[in-house]
Write a protein that binds this ligand. Sequence first.
Ligand SMILES: *Cc1c(COP(=O)(O)O)cnc(C)c1O
Length: 400
Amino acid sequence: MSRLAYFDCAATTRPAPEVLDAMRTVQEETWGNASSAHGFGQAARRLVEDARAKVAALIGARPEEIMFTSGATESNNTVFQSIAPALKGRGRRIVTTAIEHPSVLESVQWLESQGWSVARAGVDGAALVDPAAIDRLLGDGAALVSVMLANNEVGTIEPVAAIAALAHTHGAAVHTDATQAVGRIPVDVTALGVDYLSLSGHKLHGPKGVGALFVRRGAKVSPLLHGGEQEGGRRSGTLNVPGIVGLGAAAALAARDLAGRAVRIAHLRDALEQGLMARIPNVILNGHPTRRLPSHANLSVSFVEGESMMMGLDLAGVAVSTGSACSSGSLEPSHVLTAMGCDAGRAHASLRLSVGYDNTEEDVARALETMPAVVERLRKMSPTWADYKKKQAVAAAPQG
Ligand SMILES: *Cc1c(COP(=O)(O)O)cnc(C)c1O
């Protein structure tokens, strides 16, 4: 039997071979502490600065605007726990959205517990945020606006540049969680006009446990982690040199062929999405049909539980997820689908298939072969599906 098909690139991606090679070499040969003044340290320091330049280049930033972290969760927590309080001269109020990643949602909730007021913009049925809604919420003032660049569950790409321009006219600083977008679509901090941007290594075929926070030159910064003053005092802790080098290698690979990758990913995603819709009746797309990352397909397979589908597919060697990996295991319907106005049935019936450039046509074929049978078996056990089929038969019966 062929290899397993992995369609969960929104949860994590396979590290590229070049990334693994670079990291292995560092572990073996350049294991010095990048803060040490001797040769061992300086060799490591050079690799860190080379990686910083590569990450900066991928998002159109200057190297000194990149601060390495342990991942996007830390980048986001730094923004809300440390930077936002340092901005408080501009009012203890945040404007954000209802569809952010848990690392933003929960951080914002923490700020609320500290006495901040939070305004959360809703979204339309395609998970799109309306800049006019953000503008209205900004009427009461805000220190910080945070809107994700692309949603992790449905892939909708948000109008962050328009929102940032509005926020700046109100004197608010702007953060975007670009973790799903970086490496999949062009991301340019100047075009976006944001002050802070979070990204993560393992979402772009780099290693886990490393990420970055872009901090625009001149923007307020305050450390979350205090200690040895690494990263110019902005983030203490001995630098994760192998991780940083791996992230740099992943960024350089992404920058080299961003457009080619996007075309390939979209081609495979479309074949998967259209193939499933052609083979399985009553499948609905969640998210925006066009204003969407090339990687994401979020589908509701009516009358079937997403969790059961995911398990059935896993047994057949096809890895997908329901909603976001971070909330799977919980029985709550996805907060993103709920904000989009999906009822509980549609939300529970949702499946997220997310494609990487390393997927193949065979992977797609395997999913297309497997999924109709899994769905048919589950629908046979579903009383709501039986009711639906009965009603359909009545409606179709000749009248009179
Ligand atoms: C994965 C993800 C994160 C968390 O990134 P980690 O590096 O795993 O902490 C944050 N935001 C979004 C949108 C994500 O997809």
